[in-house]
Ligand binder design. Structure first.
Ligand code: MGD
Ligand code: MGD
Ligand code: MO
Length: 593
């Protein structure tokens, strides 16, 4: 497990209840857990081994592990060998990354790296899992790819006990259309105006958001719609974004709080409480560790005058399209349902191919909004009733009758049927990834600096930026502190509880220090999502536990060139004791409180 701390986060892109319990069960049945993290996180503490890498170095570590697997003839693709291409290319791509070549940049000795690779290859089953700490980095996409490559080369792709694919009940691209065919991934169909950064899957990088607002010229962003996001706390160089938002002509937000971002909005549409909404988790159930389907009905009714969030969004879409504020949100809702039904009847591999769209729409009545769309997607999905074609198949009615969810069984091997690649094969070395390895190779020659690198961390009691206005969650010891290794603390003269001044190219902040050996020397950790109490916000509890905004330090010029993703971990910073100027003009270091 690299760059993930499920004891705090309960997992990410690997959805299951009780991750800690699962890890404990894994160890109880004789399994071994190795955690790769610059911090000895709670998960690392529960693990058999903690590998304290330098931030940002995961792709080097992973490439070296793949290298060892090839070099020692340990490659075994298992059952996927008959439909995998690119193995020889991978061997060539990782050739320069010997354990000896990467040990300085990874900060872990070559012997340990080679042993990890051998252990992994020798295990009867194993899974490599990398998350936020590995992806929000300069070579984040390569790190994710190398995780997959390592799983494949050790025979763990698509086998029970290894890394498997969910068969989701709703919305899965890998159960739609023809098996073993798909479109290639295209990056860079559009480019951002100011820096010319390419889009990925239609999205432009968040690292160019502020400059698109504050750089004059044709195409400058002057209006902004923010839906359930708090980018002033969650995105790099948020000081610049904060100022850019203040300078916009117009901003709309849909949010439950008047916070650091929504304070810039001209109009805020409040969303009803989570308890007043129906819920089906389309996104995270694509990555379930078991096939399940869950629908929650609203627990509480809407108050008079309250509007469902989807209606707010539909109305905004209508206004933006010129239809005006009085237009009926049903127009958008019907358009969505109609579009989905038509694509379902057009799918020659689907269960309703060739049927009359109006007949299916009639069968979905009287539901509307998300409930209708979920019912439709369930019924044409891999477990669906196919609108009568499959007796006992899933419908939303069946989920409503099963408030604890429907268990669709453990994950089962899905290859090659689940492949949606252009070649119909597992493509181990797709061109954009293979090309990016040159950038990683070049970085191997960079001198390994000795300055501080800043990483984040998550806390069980916090959720990104927005759980800090709830007293029971923020009471007790402060959560927004900077972890600092005792050796670094001694060298800098910073005691536990003292205030440190942390600076980067983009900003500076003062934060209380927590001296702890649960972090690698040379690395400091500050959680993101804090920095409350700004003028114009209305979150009284959060303001009393304000903390600092770590993303003032994250640099919008640092991003993964392949994906455009922001670098949020491994940010170069300077750390010093906070110096205050006293009335006699002399400088004094702050003392521990
Ligand atoms: N309680 C709680 N749960 C959450 C969230 C929350 O804020 N609070 N957020 C949710 C969200 S949006 C997400 S995406 C998931 C994220 O879930 P996880 O991916 O588990 O994320 P974190 O808990 O932040 O763990 C990231 C770990 O990466 C480490 N790290 C930092 N830099 C590096 C590096 O360069 N290499 C390696 N190997 N490790 C590094 C950090 O020290 C940290 O321990 O959690 C979700 N769950
Ligand atoms: N330094 C650093 N930065 C990070 C990360 C990191 O690990 N380190 N993690 C990154 C990750 S993984 C993520 S996902 C992003 C998250 O970044 P954001 O999505 O920008 O941040 P959140 O704090 O999750 O913002 C959620 C917003 O939704 C609002 N909200 C809550 N419930 C509702 C609702 O029902 N309806 C509506 N409309 N609004 C609601 C909240 O009030 C809040 O304003 O942050 C990223 N930023
Ligand atoms: Mo996230």
């Amino acid at each position: 497990m690299l760059g993930a701390n499920p004891y705090a986060s309960n997992g990410s892109l690997a959805t299951a209840p009780d991750w800690p319990g699962r890890l404990e069960a894994l160890r109880a049945r004789g399994g071994r857990l190795v955690v790769v993290d610059p911090r000895r996180s709670r998960t690392a503490e529960e693990a058999d081994e903690w590998v304290a890498v330098r931030p940002g170095s995961d792709p080097f570590l992973l490439a070296a592990m793949v290298h060892v697997v090839f070099d020692e003839d340990l490659v075994d693709l298992g059952d996927v060998r008959n439909f995998t291409v690119g193995l020889d290319e991978v061997r060539d791509l990782v050739a320069p990354f010997t354990p000896e070549a990467v040990e300085a940049v990874v900060g872990v000795d070559a012997g340990t790296i080679a042993r990890l690779a051998r252990d992994l290859a020798a295990a009867p089953t194993a899974a490599v899992y990398g998350r936020i700490g590995t992806t929000t980095a300069e070579f984040g996409t390569l790190a994710s790819w190398l995780v997959d490559v390592l799983n494949a080369c050790t025979g763990n792709l698509d086998r029970p006990g290894g890394a498997m694919f969910t068969r989701a009940a709703v919305g899965a691209a890998n159960t739609r259309g023809a098996p073993r065919s798909g479109r290639p991934v295209r990056i860079g169909r559009r480019h951002s105006r100011v820096r010319g950064l390419p889009d990925t899957f239609g999205e432009l990088p968040v690292v160019c958001m502020a400059e698109e607002m504050d750089t004059p010229g044709e195409g400058q962003v002057r209006a902004f719609v923010c839906l359930a996001g708090n980018p002033v706390l969650s995105t790099p160089n948020s000081g610049r974004l904060d100022a850019a938002l203040a300078g916009l002509d117009f901003m709309v937000a849909v949010d439950i709080y008047l916070n650091e971002t929504t304070r810039h909005a001209d109009v805020i549409f409040p969303a009803p409480s989570a308890l007043q909404k129906a819920h089906y988790d389309i996104a995270l159930l694509q990555l379930g560790l078991r096939n399940v389907a869950n629908w929650s009905e609203p627990v509480l009714p809407l108050e008079p005058g309250e509007v469902d969030e989807w209606e707010v969004l539909a109305r905004l879409a209508l206004i933006a399209s010129g239809a005006g504020a009085g237009a009926d949100p049903a127009v958008i809702d019907d358009m969505m349902a109609d579009g989905l039904v038509r694509s379902a009847v057009g799918d020659e591999h689907g269960p309703v191919h060739g049927r009359d769209p109006d007949e299916l729409l009639a069968l979905l009545a009287p539901r509307r909004g998300p409930a209708r769309l979920v019912d439709l997607m369930l019924r044409v999905g891999p477990y669906g009733d196919g609108f009568g074609a499959v007796p006992d198949g899933l419908t939303l009615d069946r989920l409503v009758e099963a408030p604890h969810g429907v268990d669709l069984g453990p994950l089962e091997p899905r290859l090659p049927e689940g492949l949606r690649t252009p070649s119909g094969m597992v493509e181990l070395a797709p061109a954009p990834l293979a090309a990016d390895v040159a950038r990683l190779r070049a970085a191997l020659d960079r001198p390994v600096g000795d300055g501080f690198l800043l990483v984040g961390r998550r806390d069980l009691r916090s959720n990104n930026s927005w759980m800090h206005n709830v007293s029971v969650l923020v009471k007790g010891r402060p959560r927004c502190t900077m972890h600092l290794h005792p050796d670094d603390a001694a060298r800098l003269g910073l005691a536990d509880g003292a205030e440190a001044l942390v600076t980067s190219r983009t900003g500076e902040l003062v934060v209380p220090v927590e001296v702890t050996d649960r972090i690698r020397a040379g690395v400091v950790s500050i959680p993101h999502g804090w920095g409350h109490g700004q003028p114009g916000t209305a979150m009284a509890v959060a303001a009393g536990h304000a903390g600092v905004n770590a993303n003032l330090l994250a640099d919008e010029l640092c991003y993964d060139e392949l994906s455009g993703n922001a670098v949020l971990n491994g940010i170069p910073v300077e750390v010093a004791p906070r110096v205050t100027r006293s009335t006699d003009g002399e400088h004094h270091q702050t003392r521990p409180r």
